[in-house]
Design a protein around this ligand. Structure first.
Ligand SMILES: Cc1cc2nc3c(=O)[nH]c(=O)nc-3n(C[C@H](O)[C@H](O)[C@H](O)COP(=O)(O)OP(=O)(O)OC[C@H]3O[C@@H](n4cnc5c(N)ncnc54)[C@H](O)[C@@H]3O)c2cc1C
Length: 527
């Protein structure tokens, strides 16, 4: 067992983790990052090429950016949070100049709002290292550790390369584990299995906005790629008949019409008539997308090809760990949540924050939590070196409550995917379907909780299965609790938006899940 000590332990290796580590180190904390994969290729930031919410500091521009976004948030966002996120994003990106090769903006300045994913992460890695941050790749976290008073004081995991357990003692822990796409095949999401949600709830934290998890991206049927080509696509059925699919400006209609078309057979995209500049832009900023077609011998702009919708779960959905103040603290002392691991309702409301806000959120929640965690760790100083016994908090997959059983893990993951991502269940929700899903998922969870046990490296895979099933249950319970239609959450049996539900749905609990309505215009200012 190797022992690690740090003021701040950052769990994850995407953009939220990078910014959190940099900010904590700038505040004087010793910082360790532990990533399940390699910080630079793991997570959705790496292939995403994130475009950030980018608004110059002119009061009128900022005011109208917030007003525009509030219109699509369906009453569930907080303008103060939006302004904070825009501001932190604007001030932070230029700091990367020594590490990131910004392109020109064609007007003599630099283009800073959209960054190429791999270079972005490489820059964050180098920036963090320059401040003394220690990065431990291939160190998945299995569980959090609690102090005697219930606050979070560290984490434990497994070093994949050395095949050896590790334990970290820390003044504060930041969960930057990304969202959960339930292993749908979504680009970059393989390691994002909801582990942070599971670990957070095991420590006593709450989740918020989990019902807003209805997001899908279109890709060629054989591989998830980025979605830019489809801005120029027309769609056809297997008989070559054109399908009337509306544009992306109407996301719900676009998704529903596509989903409907899939009920009758395969759907094909055709880019014959795409604007000529699309090819140029693609070659310039997304060469990997083109490569996915070239490897298959498909000419993207000449051949008709089959497409599929890849579920994005909470990644370009909204839900995640509930945060209680402007330092992104959870309700558990010593525990912070950032990026897609945290709820993004504050800035996105009831619609996807993909396209600009999620990236700005990942960056700024990281910056704010890094400072908050450094300050929390400062108060714990002395305690980190002590031998105070830390209690391991991991349950499912690590400490079964019954007799160990052979659990069919693939079947459990398939169940989670079916109940959350299946288009019919996700897009046309109603009480009957949701209750059925809840019951199926509860049974799967009970089996896992009672009988699933693994150790060593295998425990990583076991915990992933547990986390995906747990996340599916939280999404379904929250969807059942929101008895109205709002934003991306649409209920056939409650088709209109109700003022009674102009609140977030807070979900928590493992074996028994509870939900409650909460207002989030209460973020306490701490920074
Ligand atoms: C294809 C695509 C395109 C996108 N484009 C945009 C865009 O243009 N604009 C925008 O605003 N948003 C966009 N998004 C969303 C945006 O990319 C994400 O919101 C953002 O990258 C999230 O960053 P993150 O650090 O929270 O998560 P990630 O980058 O996903 O990082 C999560 C990290 O956690 C690690 N991890 C997971 N579990 C564990 C564990 N148990 N132990 C240790 N580490 C763990 C993973 O290895 C990974 O490194 C896009 C998303 C996708 C999928």
């Amino acid at each position: 067992m190797s022992e690690i000590q740090a003021d701040v332990l950052v769990v994850g290796g995407g953009m939220a983790a990078g910014w959190a580590a940099i900010s904590a180190a700038k505040a004087g904390a010793s910082v360790v990052i532990v990533d399940k994969g390699y910080m630079g290729t793991s997570g959705v930031t790496a292939p995403a090429g994130p475009n950030h919410w980018w608004v110059p500091p002119e009061p009128e521009l900022r005011k109208s950016a917030v007003a525009r976004r509030l219109e699509t948030a369906f009453g569930l966002a907080d303008p103060a949070w939006m302004e904070r996120v825009i501001d932190v994003t604007w001030r932070s990106i230029p700091e990367m100049a020594p590490w990131y090769p910004f392109s020109g903006n064609g007007k003599g300045g630099t283009f800073q709002s959209g960054l190429r994913g791999p270079e972005y992460l490489r820059a964050l890695r180098r920036y963090a290292t320059s401040l003394g941050v220690r990065i431990l790749d291939h160190h998945p976290v299995l569980e959090l550790l609690a102090r005697q008073d219930g606050s979070v004081g560290g984490a434990a995991g497994h070093d994949r390369l050395a095949d050896k357990a590790w334990r970290a003692r820390a003044g504060a822990v930041i969960l930057a584990t990304g969202g959960c796409a339930f292993r749908s095949g979504l680009l970059g999401s393989y390691n994002n299995t909801g582990d942070g949600y599971l670990m957070g709830v095991e420590a006593g934290a709450e989740l918020s906005g989990m019902e807003f998890s209805i997001s899908y991206s279109i890709s060629p049927a054989w591989l998830s790629t980025r979605t830019l080509p489809y801005t120029g696509a027309r769609y056809f059925d297997a008989d070559g008949q054109p399908l009337a699919i509306p544009g992306w400006d109407k996301p719900r209609d676009y998704l529903c019409r596509l989903a409907d078309a899939f009920r009758y057979g395969p759907v094909y995209a055709d880019l014959h008539e795409a604007p000529a500049e699309l090819a140029t832009v693609l070659r310039e900023i997304q060469p990997a997308t083109l490569a996915a077609f070239e490897r298959r011998g498909v000419d993207l702009f000449r051949d008709r090809f089959e497409v599929k919708l890849f579920g994005e779960g909470t990644i370009r959905g909204v839900g995640g760990l509930r945060i209680v103040d402007t330092s992104c603290a959870t309700s558990v002392r010593g525990l912070f949540a950032v990026g897609d691991a945290a709820t993004r309702e504050h800035v996105a409301g009831a619609t996807s924050g993909g396209g600009a806000q999620n990236a700005a959120w990942a960056l700024s929640s990281g910056v704010l939590a890094g400072a908050g965690a450094a300050s929390a760790a400062q108060k714990q100083k002395g305690r980190i070196e002590q031998t105070e016994k830390l209690k391991p908090l991991g349950g499912a997959g690590l400490r079964p409550t019954g007799t160990v059983q052979k659990i069919d893990r693939n079947a459990a993951v398939h169940t989670a995917q079916q109940e959350v991502l299946d288009l019919d269940k996700a897009l046309w929700r109603n009480e009957v379907k949701l209750k059925k899903s809840t019951s199926v998922l509860d049974n799967t969870w009970t089996d896992i909780r009672r009988g699933l046990h693994a150790d060593g490296l295998d425990a990583v895979a076991a915990r992933e299965v547990a986390a995906m099933v747990a996340t599916a249950r939280w999404c379904t319970s929250a969807a059942l609790a929101r008895k109205e239609s709002r934003g991306m959450h649409v209920r056939e049996d409650y088709p209109v938006m109700s003022p009674e539900y102009q609140h977030s749905i807070v979900t928590t609990g493992l074996d028994q899940i509870t939900t409650r309505l909460d207002t989030y215009h209460n973020a306490q200012e701490v920074l």
